[in-house]
Design a protein around this ligand. Structure first.
Ligand code: AMP
Ligand code: MN
Ligand code: MN
Length: 326
């Protein structure tokens, strides 16, 4: 008998083989898994001889430009498309909102293939390949390529490894299952430069990035019981340090790393009316639930939400919701 996963894999294969022209999108402010998964789906479609366009609402992080055809992922904020698409593949997007402005290029009634690993995924696709137990969307794509009998090469392996490496925090988080390690081991056999990628993606910092971190940590606050720690960053911090948006990634781990802290928070001021909150849990609190309360989502230990309001009003509201889970 077919398992649910096998059924979803076969529906996914049919979606990919039965149509000819696809739009591939990932979530706003893409991370390593989002960018890699976009490229791996592109790689897969090239193997099938299909046409595709890879896009994101904004630019992809500079440090990911080493990935195969990364420069082909169009930044829709500067390069509009010349047509709409009837077949769209969304990777690493927990819900439809996460595709951002890319949805303007979905034709009316477009069919969506939703490939994702967030437990909060609401199955918005026409076809859904959603595996909450997977550490990364890249892990699901590894299974899909195996299922479809496609032999990897070094560029596809490097992209898959990048997704696994970044979403597991360098194979350290609790999502680092035996299956992840087995996949990583196979990928290394295709010539992936594991240590080089760790150095580039997890160790190296630019000087502005370090200055931004320093400045953010100067404003670190803790609740009286020491269980919640948070920092915030705004445009002024970026201007003062010369840092760019992607340099905010990783800052949230610092408040979380403090002994005794159960939940670390990073508040990124988007504009005067909106704040993006990143949440990290030491394990006791399910931050995906907190994020969902604010219309966001994620995983038990890593989640996020975009909240309308000013920083001053949002911080106490988020703290209150986290306290309810403690
Ligand atoms: P971040 O804090 O942006 O690194 O995100 C942590 C995790 O939560 C990632 O798996 C994100 O994909 C997910 N996430 C972040 N923001 C949202 C959101 N607004 N809605 C759903 N999931 C989110
Ligand atoms: Mn992601
Ligand atoms: Mn992911």
């Amino acid at each position: 008998m077919q398992t649910t996963y096998e059924r979803e894999l076969s529906q996914t294969r049919d979606f990919l083989t039965q149509h000819n022209h696809f739009l591939i999108v990932s979530h706003v402010q893409p991370d390593g898994d989002a960018v890699s998964s976009t490229l791996v789906v592109g790689w897969l479609l090239s193997c099938l001889g299909k046409k595709f366009v890879m896009v994101n609402e904004g630019p992809i992080p500079k440090r990911m430009r080493y990935l195969w055809r990364a420069e082909e992922i169009l930044d829709l904020s500067v390069t509009p498309l010349d047509r709409k698409f009837d077949h769209v593949i969304c990777v690493d997007c927990a819900d439809f909102k996460r595709v951002g402005m890319t949805h303007e290029w979905f034709a009316e009634g477009a069919q969506l293939l939703n490939i994702d690993h967030h437990p909060t995924n609401d199955l918005y696709g026409t076809v859904n390949l959603v595996v909450p137990s997977a550490a990364a969307t890249a892990e699901i794509l590894f299974d899909l390529l195996t299922y479809m009998g496609l032999d990897l090469d070094e560029s596809a392996a490097t992209a898959l490894y990048t997704g696994l490496l970044t979403d597991t925090g360098g194979f350290r988080y609790s999502n680092t299952s035996p299956k992840v390690m087995a996949a990583a081991s196979k990928l290394l056999e295709y010539g992936v430069d594991g240590p080089g990628l760790s150095e580039l993606l997890l160790e190296q910092m630019t000087l502005p990035q370090l200055r931004l971190l320093t400045r953010a940590l100067n404003g670190l606050e803790l609740t009286e019981d020491g269980k919640i720690g948070w920092v915030s960053v705004d445009d002024e911090d970026l201007k003062a340090t010369g840092a760019v948006h992607e340099d905010m990634e990783g800052i949230v781990n610092y408040p979380r790393n403090i002994q005794g802290v159960e939940v670390g928070l990073l508040f990124k001021v988007i504009n005067e009316q909106a704040v993006k909150v990143s949440m990290r849990s030491a394990g006791t609190v399910d931050v995906a639930r907190v994020a969902q309360h604010f219309g966001g989502g994620g995983h038990v230990r890593a989640a996020g939400a975009r909240i309308e309001g000013t920083l001053e009003t949002i911080i106490p509201r988020v703290l209150e919701q986290v306290r309810l889970q403690l």
